[in-house]
Design a protein around this ligand. Structure first.
Ligand code: ATP
Ligand code: MG
Length: 409
């Protein structure tokens, strides 16, 4: 009986992950976290079935699902090295050959539209995870290569730099074929390294810093210090927007808005002008630490980069860190501004960060802050400041966003 032209084929997304596969005994833990995070971003929208098998994750979508939208969401998840839309066919020679020819034909059509003057070349790249299959990988390459050459005109083989690299994976029950590989961000699945508390200003740097740490598997919460009435609702909204953008990368995000006006005014009243910036940083970090204490969070994250501004000299970093019992992670410490700006653009926070609304730092910063204060000087500058009393009165509003950036109750 002639075979149906659309054999039992199904839309599947194949996900490759790298580093977490190397984690030895913890591998299962990282993989489970990754699968959970993938499920979070799909959010029940595609009737998706997610399974991991032999170092890959397969996401099967229900019929009619928007594959492109699913691909776009999945390729943002940390831990994902690449994603491919794939055809899944039964382990039947005719079905596999037909799927390979179909993919090559579609790719060639697209190529003719986009670069009609250059020749269209291909290579078959087979991987036989199922050793029971009757052909070896090199045999599959030769067989399918010949099938494609026989079925399509104006097509050549190029094993070094082909236009189409048609990947074929032979697995236990099915073969998976794909001609497209979309990069993911790599890194580790959010949540697999624990939780940290970022200090999130409305600037360019701190959202990028949070993003880098999410990429290393941290789930992030952030605190923003605001100083009403000196800062208005628009700067508040700006930080919320940044948190929502980060939530989409990090499988959710928690934002704490910390009312900082009283502390800021006390610093202005009790501390010598040239050291106010350093003291303000200390107070922010102390306040963040007390929040982290209550939430059992082990580390803080800032967007500081060595030497970028007066408060980010080695002296000031020492003075601010000296009052803490937690590590302050500073992923940008060795980066140039240009690098940070490029990342901000790539991750989608730049346009929000450059909106012109004031941050408390810009409003209260002295004209000539001291760049090399000694620890002794800074301690002395705080002598009159009722540190404990100020920290005890914290007023914090907390808001949570889900993995699509939507506010949660
Ligand atoms: P950014 O671009 O992140 O604002 P910046 O280059 O403006 O950084 P600073 O203003 O010195 O540098 O701030 C250094 C770090 O202190 C910031 O990256 C951020 O982590 C933290 N920070 C500054 N202002 C605030 C704020 N209002 N609320 C929370 N954290 C803040
Ligand atoms: Mg700033």
């Amino acid at each position: 009986m002639p075979k149906d032209h659309q054999p039992n084929r199904c839309g599947v997304i194949l996900i490759r992950y790298g580093e977490i596969a190397l984690k030895g005994q913890n591998r299962g833990y990282f993989e489970r976290q990754l699968v959970e995070n993938l499920g979070d971003v799909l959010d029940g929208d595609f009737g998706a079935d997610i399974r991991r098998r032999q170092g890959r994750i397969f996401v099967e979508l229900e019929e009619g699902a928007d594959t492109d939208e699913a691909l776009q969401r999945l390729r943002r998840v940390f831990g994902v090295v690449s994603v491919s839309p794939a055809s899944r066919v039964p382990l039947d020679d005719d079905d596999i050959a037909r799927a390979a020819v179909d993919i090559a034909r579609r790719a060639r059509r697209l190529h003719q539209r986009t670069s009609p003057r250059t020749p269209f070349t291909f290579k078959i790249d087979a991987r036989r995870a199922n050793k029971g299959f009757h052909l070896t990988s090199p045999e599959i390459n030769r067989w399918l290569g010949a099938e494609v050459l026989r079925s399509i005109d104006d097509i050549e083989v190029d094993v070094h730099d082909p236009t189409l690299r048609l990947q074929v994976e032979i697995r236990d029950n099915y073969a998976y074929l794909t001609g497209e590989v979309l990069d993911g961000p790599g890194g580790l699945p959010a949540g697999s390294s624990g939780t940290a508390l970022g200090l999130l200003s409305g600037g360019i740097d701190s959202p990028v810093a949070c993003w880098h740490m999410m990429k290393r598997g941290l789930r992030m919460e952030a605190v923003h210090f605001y100083t009403p009435p000196f800062t208005g609702p628009r700067s508040h909204q700006k930080v919320r927007d940044l948190a929502q953008k980060l939530a989409r990368w990090g499988n959710g995000f928690t934002l704490h808005m910390y009312h900082f006006t009283e502390i800021q005014q006390a610093i202005d009243n009790y501390c010598p002008e040239r050291l106010r910036l350093t003291v303000m940083r200390r107070m922010m970090l102390r306040a963040a630490e007390s929040l982290a204490d209550r939430r059992s969070i082990l580390a803080l994250v800032t967007g500081e980069s060595l030497g970028q501004v007066a408060s980010q000299t080695l002296h000031n970093l020492q003075a601010t860190t000296a009052v803490l019992r937690r590590p302050v992670l500073r992923p940008l410490v060795g980066m140039d501004k240009q690098q940070i700006v490029e990342t901000a653009k790539a991750i989608g926070t730049y346009d929000t960060s450059t909106l012109p609304y004031d941050d408390c730092c810009t409003l209260f910063v002295p004209k000539h802050p001291k760049t090399q204060p000694s620890l002794k000087e800074v301690d002395k500058a705080e002598e009159q400041l009722p540190v404990e009393q100020l920290l005890s009165k914290k007023e914090v509003d907390t808001e949570r966003f889900d993995s699509r950036g939507r506010p949660l109750e």
